[in-house]
Structure formats: structure tokens, C-alpha cells
Design a protein around this ligand. Structure first.
Ligand code: TZP
Ligand code: MG
Length: 203
């Protein structure tokens, strides 16, 4: 599946709880997000599968791919469009082999050392971050700033999406740093009006 990293919504269970996961995602898609990732570090696969199925149904026909964070079995069980893995989420080669050549496979990196380990034959895009410190991910690595982001983006052969503390006012700086787009959690999920919050990212 082709994909567009311009504005990549990642869900957070607590931030989506009040409005509901599907309602939050639907509002964000109306507002213009181009990718959606289901991310819940604490739910079991059995809890995530119905959520992933509901999102898949909600996104059908929208052209917005559904990516699953970290859970290969969930991605396979629901026929998601792709999987996003971190540095400690296991083996990209095994994920690619299980998902097949058409699936979208993303990988988070934070350093040139990690970039050097990336096999572009396996990975479709990179998550680059965190750009800023963020309370959304408690255990995040050292912030890159726009300079660090630009350095990684310039050295990479793969498209990159910036992440970490990003708000609508950062769109221009992220693009100028050479990333294809922005991945956001709180700026959309925790907004009183997720559709309006998404629209503020439109360039
Ligand atoms: N990876 C690096 S920072 C981050 C993740 C998942 C959290 C981003 O959340 P927010 O609320 O957009 O800062
Ligand atoms: Mg992970």
C-alpha cells in the first residue's frame, strides 16, 4: 500500500478514552490525518484485536493506512496495512517475512548508530525522534531538536516522520529539517476537538 507520512496520528488509550478510540480517529481523519497507528503498550493482544478491527472498519475506503504499534500478531490477525516497531520490539526481518512485501513496516530510530543498522530492503519509513521531550512517552530517548532531526533525515535513504512534542506550529520546521511529516499523539488525541486540532496542522 502506498502511504503519505504528512500527518500521522498515533493513538493513546488514556487520551482517547473519553471520546472513544474510533470517534477520535474518525474526527482526525476528517481533519486530514494521512496515517493512523494503534498504540497501546499495556493492552493484551486479545484486547487490541477488537480495537484494531474497529479501526480497520472505520478507515475502510478512506485511503488512510492502519498501522499497528509493536504487535505483529495483532497486525496479522486483523490484516492491518502495516506495523511499526521500535528498537527493542524484535526483528525487522521476521516482521517483514510474516507481513509480506506489501505491508508498510516502520521503525523508530534516535541516532546515527541506529540508522546505520537499518536495512532499507526491509523498512519502508523511519520514525525520527523524539524531537522534543514529551510526557506522552515516559521512557523516551534524548531529544534530537530540529538540528538532530535534520542530521538524521539527511543521512537517511528512507522517508522519515518526526515525532515527540510536536504541535501545529512545528510543521514548517519539521519539513525544513527534511522529514516527510509529523507524528503526533497528544496534540490531536488530547485536544478538545480532534478534528479542529488536526486541521491546524494543514499546510
Ligand atoms: N516516540 C517518541 S516520542 C513519542 C513516541 C511514541 C510520543 C509522542 O507523543 P506526543 O504527545 O506527540 O509528544
Ligand atoms: Mg515499540
Amino acid at each position: 500500500m502506498s502511504f503519505d507520512l504528512s500527518l500521522y496520528l498515533i493513538t493513546d488509550p488514556a487520551m482517547c478514552a473519553e471520546r472513544g478510540l474510533v470517534a477520535t480517529v474518525v474526527a482526525a481523519v476528517r481533519g486530514g490525518v494521512t496515517m493512523v497507528q494503534l498504540r497501546d503498550k499495556h493492552a493484551t493482544d486479545a484486547e487490541l484485536i477488537p480495537q484494531a478491527k474497529a479501526l480497520k472498519t472505520a478507515l475502510a475506503g478512506s485511503g488512510v493506512p492502519l498501522i499497528i504499534n509493536d504487535r505483529l500478531e495483532v497486525a496479522l490477525a486483523v490484516g492491518a496495512d502495516g506495523l511499526h516497531i521500535g528498537q527493542t520490539d524484535g526483528d525487522a526481518a521476521a516482521a517483514r517475512a510474516a507481513l509480506g512485501p506489501e505491508a508498510i513496516l516502520g521503525l523508530s530510530i534516535n541516532s546515527h548508530e541506529q540508522l546505520a543498522q537499518v536495512d532499507p530492503a526491509l523498512i519502508d519509513y523511519l520514525g525520527l525522534g523524539p524531537v522534543f521531550a514529551t510526557s506522552t512517552k515516559g521512557d523516551h530517548e534524548a531529544p534530537l531538536g530540529f538540528e538532530g532531526l535534520a542530521s538524521l533525515a539527511a543521512a537517511s535513504r528512507l522517508p522519515g516522520v518526526a515525532i515527540g512534542g510536536l504541535q501545529a506550529q512545528h510543521v514548517r520546521a519539521v519539513r525544513e529539517a527534511g522529514a516527510q511529516g509529523l507524528a503526533v499523539i497528544s496534540a490531536i488525541c488530547a485536544a478538545p476537538d480532534p478534528q479542529a486540532a488536526t486541521q491546524r496542522f494543514a499546510t
